[in-house]
Design a protein around this ligand. Structure first.
Ligand code: PEP
Ligand code: MN
Length: 362
């Protein structure tokens, strides 16, 4: 059972709901705080067998907006009849919800200070405040470049601040990476924000998911597992939310199947509306890791553009996309990166498809 409080509910009203819930034997009430487009609000989740807990006493308490019975599945991330105002969150001055599109364009892997500076300068030129920068890279082969790790964080954050970037999506593979990021942000004087990325190889690394949930500070970009069902990925994502961080965006990045060839993965953006109806998480698409190559179609548009269009026309509200100033010298995933001269065309393309999508909703 979920008791949603009004945005104006105060701490005393929340405490009254908690006390009322504690009166039921074997019920553990837990509070979750959200920040939606209408403002901050709190939910009290009743964990345990609630079949004998009546709704009415809670509905009558001051400050309560709604009481909903939920199955235990996707308890926090699920959309249990909640409306669009309860989708998404605010972070570092940006709104991550379904009302607009954010493009997180950047380096798959940080390979030099110069690449970071060139990338960020280009983003600033076109007014982008969100990027991706991989410092910790989980690679298939132990002999491949593993990322520069903590050593690159000071200049990544410093350049982000200098170029008015408000959010850097960065993958973490171990809880020590979270600590290193938080420490480096603080040392740099918090010039930017970070969204912790869980990569497809760690989708079911439950201990890492719990730690990402418990840090509670930085929002999370969670990628679906490449070889498991969508339901398994959503359950894994719920670990992060249930441990205390509900500010998550859910990323589709293609699934592993030879049926997708010549693409790296089989593009799964038909799942955008499925994730949107089952959860209240904004949906991210990653056309770069889905398509996995730079190849231009006969119409002159790179296949990465076409895949992006498929996700956006289905209602995705974030795009994670690889760019590199010199893809031939990139140390990771160079073959799928777009060159910087494609950035304005890509942004125009995103704008056009998004407005087509919005016009279809009228
Ligand atoms: C990435 O985004 O850099 C990445 C490794 O992606 P994925 O986890 O989807 O393979
Ligand atoms: Mn990559």
């Amino acid at each position: 059972m979920i008791i949603t409080l009004k945005t104006c509910a105060d701490d005393e009203q929340i405490a009254t709901v908690m006390e009322a819930a504690e009166r039921y034997e074997d019920i553990e009430p837990r509070q979750y705080r959200f920040e939606g487009s209408d403002g901050k609000f709190c939910e009290v989740h009743l964990i345990g067998n609630t079949s004998r807990v009546p709704e009415e006493p809670f509905e009558l308490l001051p400050g309560v907006r709604r009481v909903i019975r939920v199955s235990s599945k996707y308890r926090v991330i699920g959309r249990h009849g909640q409306d669009d105002s309860e989708v998404g969150f605010q972070y570092n001055g940006l709104s991550f919800d379904e009302s607009c599109v954010h493009v997180l364009a950047g380096l798959c892997a940080v390979d030099s200070h110069e690449s970071v500076r060139a990338m960020m300068a280009e983003l600033q030129k076109y007014g982008l405040q969100t990027t991706r920068m991989g410092a910790y890279k989980p690679r298939t082969s132990p002999y491949d470049f593993q990322g520069l790790g903590a050593e690159c964080l000071p200049y990544v954050f410093e350049e982000a601040g200098a170029h008015d970037i408000k959010l850097v999506a960065m993958e973490v593979c171990d809880s020590s990476h979270i600590d290193e990021i938080l420490q480096a942000l603080e040392t740099a004087g918090n010039p930017t924000g970070v969204m912790l990325q869980i990569g497809t190889r760690n989708t079911q690394n439950f201990e890492l998911l719990k730690q990402v949930g418990q840090q509670g500070k930085l929002p999370v970009l969670f990628k679906r597992g490449m070889g498991i069902t969508l339901e398994e990925s959503l359950n894994a994502c719920e670990y992060i939310a249930s441990e205390g961080q509900p500010n998550i965006v859910f990323c589709l990045r293609g699934v592993k199947s030879h049926l997708g060839e010549p693409h790296r993965n089989l593009v799964d953006f038909a799942h955008v509306p499925v994730v949107r109806s089952q959860t209240r998480l904004p949906v991210v698409i990653d056309p770069s890791h889905s398509v996995g190559r730079f190849h231009t179609a006969p119409d002159g548009l790179p296949e990465v553009f076409h895949a992006t269009g498929q996700g956006l026309i289905s209602g995705a509200s974030l795009v994670l996309v690889d760019f590199h100033p010199n893809p031939r010298h990139a140390l990771c995933d160079g073959p799928q990166a777009l060159t910087l001269d494609y950035l304005p065309r890509f942004l125009d393309y995103v704008k056009t498809v998004r407005s087509a999508y919005e016009s279809l909703l009228k």
